[in-house]
Design a protein around this ligand. Structure first.
Ligand code: SAM
Ligand code: SF4
Length: 430
């Protein structure tokens, strides 16, 4: 049976004003035109998958240089991909905010590889020279003074060195090739070569096999003593694809610190770093000045577009996540044929974008509520009043002056605040 609407409740079409646009013209502003005409900045990520070793803790998918020494063809393919991507996505004139060489081990490339890649970047992107930062990950045994001099001259402004531990026995157990002396030597060399040209970040990894309070405290103190501008403290996670998982979690053959010890390590690092004037700008990175932070990471966590170049690299463009093939052979073949090596992606819904911005935005410890409102038209503090109220009363955050700020407790618990709020947001209306 067809239901017939009651004439009294029917909408009166005559009385609804004609609306040619939404929102109405009176809300339109000149500033929006200016914003749209401005070329939006973008970051580039460049992936170098090769490594000279396989560390027992590492979960990254890397390519063993001894088994596959094909660096030359990879660099050629990378250079070709840079051109293909710039043409396809019209990036030639876009301002480049930051470039990040990650891996694997980018520092194992030779001088001529860097010269070639930088030459192509400069030829391709008209605004390459105006970038704010160019960062490169480095491993102690793969750098030399001459290589560092070339990198400094090419314009690297942030060198991030994987040190992990300064304690001989812990380094050995982790399957790294270097020793304590070589780590110090590499840092000193980087400091001399980069004076006034780059800032140095050291990666430390807490919770390695055999780690005790004493060994961890020594590592933190040694890192501080080097005087570097930035120190990153990661908590080691024993993913199933690591040797530490097999030996420590599955077979119980090596001793991995438990969650309680890990928390103690982090607390110690936090205290010692702040006593020595290092300030956190993310859960894990502490810098002497705000200008020493990673421009690439800081900005992509706030939604800046970034493109991932190289095998398995991924990026975020407009409303899409895009990823290249993880197969080294296929990567070379596809690029050689003049095609983009992209194999999968994801299109964000409006809700995804909000969830992403909350989850990633909280990683930089301060969340701008006014920016969120301007972006999405909703007040996060109203949408998520319940979890935010609880997090505040339990001392994880403070909310004032249009900002959510993580407290020391919030920082210590890493992604907890971001996860709690973003999960609540994700489940709303689902
Ligand atoms: C891709 S690596 C690049 C650095 C360079 N290959 C090296 O090892 O010196 C970046 C950082 O990831 C961190 N990392 C590796 N495996 C990890 C794990 N299982 N849990 C947390 N961080 C990890 C390490 O601190 C490492 O320095
Ligand atoms: S930690 Fe660095 S050097 Fe070791 S396997 Fe992972 S990416 Fe390679």
């Amino acid at each position: 049976m067809i239901a017939i609407a009651d004439p009294k409740t029917k909408l009166d079409a005559q009385r609804i004003p004609l609306t040619p646009n939404y929102p109405p013209f009176k809300k339109w502003k000149r500033s929006a035109v200016e914003e749209k005409l401005q070329d939006r900045s973008i970051c580039l990520y460049i992936h170098i998958p090769f490594c000279t070793q396989r560390c027992s803790f590492c979960y990254y998918k890397t390519v063993d240089l001894k088994e596959r020494p094909e660096v030359n063809p990879y660099v050629d393919a990378l250079c070709k991909e840079i051109k293909l991507v710039s043409d396809r996505f019209d990036l030639e004139n876009r301002p480049i905010h930051a470039i990040y060489f990650g891996g694997g081990t980018p520092s194992l490339l030779q001088e001529h590889h860097f010269e070639k890649i930088f030459g192509v970047l400069r030829d391709t992107f008209k605004q390459f020279d105006n970038r704010k930062q160019l960062a490169l990950e480095a491993e102690p045994l793969t750098i030399s003074r001459s290589k560092l001099d070339v990198l400094a001259q090419l314009g690297v402004t942030r060198l991030s060195m994987g040190i992990q531990s300064f304690v001989e026995d812990i380094i050995k157990l982790s399957g790294r090739g270097h020793n304590q002396k070589q780590a110090y030597r590499a840092i000193e060399m980087a400091q001399q070569a980069g004076q006034g040209k780059w800032t140095i970040n050291l990666d430390l990894l807490s919770g390695l096999a055999g780690e005790t309070d004493e060994t961890w405290q020594e590592s933190v103190r040694c890192a501080i003593k080097t005087g570097v501008e930035s120190i990153t403290v990661y908590q080691m996670e024993a993913f199933t694809n690591t040797d530490f998982y097999k030996q420590g979690v599955r077979d119980d053959k090596i001793n991995l610190p438990d969650a309680e010890q890990e928390k103690g390590f982090m607390q110690y690092a936090m205290g010692e770093l702040s006593r020595n004037n290092y300030i956190p700008w993310s859960f894990f990175t502490y810098t002497k000045n705000n200008s020493d932070r990673s421009e690439y990471i800081y900005n992509i966590w706030q939604g800046m577009e970034f493109y991932g170049l190289g095998v398995s690299a991924f990026g975020s463009m407009d409303r899409f996540l895009l990823q290249n093939t993880s197969d080294l052979d296929k990567y070379g073949e596809i690029v050689e044929a003049g095609e983009l090596p992209l194999v999968r992606g994801y299109k964000f819904t409006a809700q995804d974008l909000m969830v992403r911005d909350v989850l990633l935005g909280m990683k930089i410890l301060r969340f701008d509520l006014n920016k969120f409102k301007a972006q999405y038209g909703f007040k996060l503090e109203s949408l998520c009043a319940e979890p935010l109220g609880q997090l505040e009363s339990e001392g994880f955050i403070t909310i004032s002056n249009g900002e959510i700020v993580l407290t020391d407790k919030g920082i210590l618990h890493g992604d907890f605040v971001g996860h709690t709020v973003s999960e609540y947001l994700r489940k709303l209306h689902n």
